[in-house]
Design a binder for this molecule. Structure first.
Ligand code: C2O
Ligand code: CU
Ligand code: CU
Length: 576
């Protein structure tokens, strides 16, 4: 199917029209406020099912785009969890592809965290279970398949996780989902001439919010709460409102700040969330736009007019300067302010959560991580390296003793800022380029933008509660092409007092050892079953029928595999 290309980009609110020619493979027809912003359905409770499947989405009228979603054709429901709850999630993979689902920001055990070691084969399901240990905050979930995270996220799988707790309930904050509290996932996408999503490109000219382009929403004339997620694959967003009004940041990645911070711009990097209060009390009958001010983004941030610092650097990112969003100011969401609800929230609280920052003196250790380009210093394309190395599934980069408190010092030798993300923990930022972070970055975070050109960030975190001698946690750049390109590493958290996890037991009915193995493998099962070894691309490597106890010699290349029973219950298997 073909249709005619209309490349009209409307930038800077309703005043400026820029006509782009030459982007013949892309399509975007941007007219404001055509589509009502969808508010994702809520899933709550202790037993949750997420079914991943392919679907079709009409981003543009009459254009059928193939997408992926959880419990629907695109994106996924919002999981609302309460601190302290025990949650069991059945992730059913009805995709034609292997994938994983990661609970970004949640403090869960590594084998339930959904990183690239926890693959879900097509037609099988994965059943992570955890107690919600996190503070009230805005978290999210998305696929994390080795080298293919950008693909699966771009094609549409992502959703919010809102954690509630008692402390938050007592603060008088908007908590009425979809009424005065709005989850807003901001993404940018590229479409080809057939209306299909393009995965790896710098021509992400369409702004997609909660899965629609050109959205508008009615919000009541009172204090409303926006939970903003930057779910883009690369773009840093400088967010604000069209009338430059002040808003109040009340929380970041890992929960609420100790007090609201009044700002008129907020820089949100890929992977990050920010929780803001906006007072619309005097605005009934008016419209205000949530905007992204690309023109105000300094050079060396992806999304600025120049992604790098020096002359000539844009040329290394194909199409970058043709994309009007880069360095441009564009509309994210049009807000029509309507009558207030009954019992509206009308005040911004003075204080919020009690936070207990970790003193630098409490650190057991400092680790230094340096980001560099694989080729020349000035390269903006990547691949990028951490400590000179590209991600290797078989290499554990760090071994962290359980309950260790550590400072990670991140130094960026590349010409572009990278949003660094770590699994397992929420951290406190100690300093950015040697200076105390601004008040809005003094809470808990799991992503931090490390400025380019020798920028440095130090954070401190404690690695508590979860240890596993076998399954690592990941850290990586949250620009997904950088992550997929190898700007990632992994660490084990191990319990020095419990080293005897010799035999791994899976769901009670079977177990195996040793793991890691140099070749020999013993499987014990309570009833006859077929066991299959897969590589982490989901390809079958070898299988055997087992009744009782079975020992064999695997003749496999060193690497990481998955051992699965016939119903898809599986474990990571390391061959050395
Ligand atoms: Cu949001 Cu390792 O990811
Ligand atoms: Cu994560
Ligand atoms: Cu990066």
């Amino acid at each position: 199917m073909h249709f005619c290309l209309l490349n009209i980009y409307q930038l800077s609110m309703k005043k400026t029209f820029t006509t782009i020619v030459g982007l013949s493979t892309l399509l975007s027809i941007n007219t404001f406020g055509q589509n009502v912003l969808p508010i994702p359905a809520v899933v709550e409770g202790s037993s949750i099912t997420l079914t991943l499947d392919e679907g079709v989405t009409e981003f543009y009228p009459g254009v059928e785009t193939n997408t992926m979603g959880a419990n629907g054709a695109l994106l996924g429901p919002t999981l609302i969890l309460n601190q302290g709850d025990d949650v069991s999630i059945e992730v059913v993979n009805q995709l034609e592809d292997t994938t994983t689902i990661h609970w970004h920001g949640l403090h869960v055990a590594p084998s339930h965290d959904g990183g690239p070691h926890s693959i879900i084969l097509p037609g099988t399901s994965w059943n992570p279970q955890f107690t919600v240990l996190d503070k009230a905050g805005t978290y999210w979930y998305h696929p994390h398949l080795h080298m293919r995270t950008a693909e699966h996220v771009t094609r549409g799988i992502a959703g919010f996780i809102l954690v509630r707790d008692d402390e938050e309930a007592g603060l008088g904050l908007p908590l009425n989902y979809g009424v005065d509290e709005f989850p807003i996932a901001i993404q940018t996408r590229a479409f080809d001439a057939d209306g299909q999503l393009v995965v790896e490109t710098n021509l992400d000219t369409a702004v997609v919010v909660n899965g629609v382009v050109d959205p508008h929403i009615d919000m009541p004339a009172q204090v409303v709460r926006l939970r903003l997620l930057n779910g883009a694959t690369q773009r840093v967003m400088e967010l604000g409102f069209s009338d430059d009004r002040t808003f109040h940041v009340i929380g970041t990645d890992g929960g609420l700040l100790s007090a609201p911070v009044a700002l008129d711009r907020y820089r949100l990097a890929p992977g990050q969330r920010v929780d803001v209060l906006v007072d619309l009390g005097a605005d009934e009958g008016q419209d205000v736009q949530l905007m992204c001010y690309g023109s105000e983004l300094p050079n060396a941030y992806y999304g600025a007019a120049q992604p790098g610092m020096g002359a000539g650097q844009t040329s290394s990112l194909t199409g970058y300067t043709l994309n009007p969003l880069n360095g441009g100011d564009f509309n994210v969401l049009e807000i029509h302010v309507v009558a207030a609800t009954a019992n509206p929230i009308t005040n911004i609280p003075e204080s919020l959560a009690s936070l207990t920052p970790i003193a630098e003196s409490e650190a057991d250790q400092t680790r230094n991580l340096t980001f560099s380009s694989a080729s020349s210093m000035m390269n903006l394309n990547g691949p990028f390296l951490i400590n000179g190395a590209s991600f290797d599934m078989e290499t554990i980069n760090y071994n962290i003793p359980l309950n260790h408190t550590e400072i990670w010092s991140l130094t960026n030798q590349t010409p572009i800022a990278h949003p660094f993300h770590i699994h397992d923990v929420q951290f406190y930022i100690l300093d950015i380029n040697g200076a105390t972070p601004p008040p809005a970055l003094q809470g808990l975070n799991d992503v931090v933008l490390v400025p380019g050109m020798m920028g440095n960030v130090r954070f401190i975190a404690q690695f508590s509660d979860h240890a596993d001698p076998n399954v690592p946690y990941m850290y990586h750049c949250h620009m997904l092409y950088h992550e997929d390109g190898g700007m990632m590493g992994q660490f084990l958290v191990t319990d020095p007092n419990n080293v005897s996890e010799f035999e791994q037991s899976i769901a009670g009915h079977w177990s195996f050892f040793p793991n890691p193995t140099t070749g020999e493998l013993t499987i014990r099962t309570e009833f006859p079953d077929k066991f299959t070894v897969f590589n982490l691309q989901g390809q079958e490597v070898i299988s055997f029928l087992v009744d009782g106890t079975y020992s064999t010699e695997l003749h496999l290349e060193a690497g990481v595999y998955m051992l699965s029973d016939s119903s898809g219950r599986s474990s990571r298997l390391v061959v050395q």
